[in-house]
Design a protein. Structure first.
Length: 224
C-alpha cells in the first residue's frame, strides 16, 4: 500500500489535461454511483479529508461531492486500474449521489438490453431494506411491513421463528424452489427485525467481513 500522497500520485497516469476518470462505487452494495474526473489536487484533498473531491471540467475548479447538498461521499478506498489511467473510488455514500435526487447517476432506464437475463444479486437486499425503512418512517395503510412495525418486535420475532422452521422443512424435503422462497421470507423478516430494533444492517455485514477468512472459526461464527 502506498505510504504517502506522492506514492499514490506516482501510480496514476493523468491525461494531457492532468485529469483521470474516477468511477465511484458504493463499498457496501457494489452499486456504481457516478463517474467524475480528478486531478492531483482533488486526489490530495480526498486523501487528506477522507471526503471525495473532483475537478469540475465545466467550472474549472476543485469541488467536493456534497458541498452544497450535504450528500457527501466518505472514502473507503481508492485504487487504479491495471494501466493506472482510471480510478475506482469505493465509498460510503451519505444520501443520494445524483443531482436529480437519485441514489445513482445510472438509475435511468437502459438504452438497450442483451439477450442474457439480468442476474439477481445481493443488491436486492439493500433495495428491499430501503423500502422497509421507508415503511417504518411513513406507515402505509394495507402494507404488511407497516403492520409488522405496528405490532412490534415480539410479532416480528415470532415470524422469524415460523420462517426458520419453514426453511428447515423445505431443506429436509429437498425442495429447491420452496427453500428459495422460504429463505427469501426469512431474510425479509430478518431485515424488518433489524430495522425495528434500530440496528444498522451494515453492522451485520461488518461482522461477516471480520469473520471471513478466519482459519480457526469459533462456534457460531462464519468462516471461509
Amino acid at each position: 500500500m502506498a505510504s504517502s500522497i506522492d506514492d499514490v500520485l506516482a501510480q496514476i497516469r493523468f491525461d494531457e489535461r492532468g485529469l483521470v476518470p474516477a468511477i465511484v462505487q458504493d463499498a457496501a452494495t457494489g452499486q456504481v454511483r457516478m463517474l467524475g474526473y480528478a486531478n492531483a489536487e482533488a486526489i490530495e484533498r480526498t486523501l487528506a479529508t477522507g471526503l471525495v473531491h473532483f475537478w469540475s471540467r465545466s467550472r474549472e475548479r476543485l469541488w467536493m461531492k456534497g458541498e452544497t447538498s450535504g450528500h457527501i461521499l466518505e472514502l473507503v478506498e481508492l485504487r487504479p486500474d491495471c494501466d493506472g489511467d482510471a480510478l475506482l473510488i469505493r465509498v460510503r455514500p451519505r444520501g443520494p449521489t445524483c443531482h436529480l435526487g437519485r441514489e445513482s447517476c445510472f438509475d435511468s432506464e437502459p438504452l438497450a438490453r442483451g439477450s442474457v437475463p439480468q442476474p439477481a444479486t445481493v443488491q436486492v437486499i439493500e433495495d428491499v431494506a430501503s423500502v422497509i425503512a421507508a415503511r417504518r418512517r411513513e406507515p402505509r395503510a394495507g402494507s404488511y411491513t407497516s403492520y409488522l412495525f405496528q405490532e412490534g418486535i415480539d410479532k416480528i420475532a415470532k415470524k422469524i421463528g415460523e420462517e426458520s422452521a419453514e426453511v428447515i422443512i423445505a431443506a429436509k424435503n429437498a425442495d429447491a424452489s420452496a427453500l428459495a422462497n422460504e429463505a427469501a421470507d426469512l431474510l425479509y423478516h430478518l431485515v424488518v427485525l433489524l430495522e425495528a430494533a434500530g440496528v444498522d444492517r451494515t453492522q451485520v455485514w461488518s461482522v461477516l467481513r471480520e469473520r471471513r477468512g478466519r482459519t480457526q472459526p469459533d462456534q457460531g461464527s462464519v468462516s471461509s
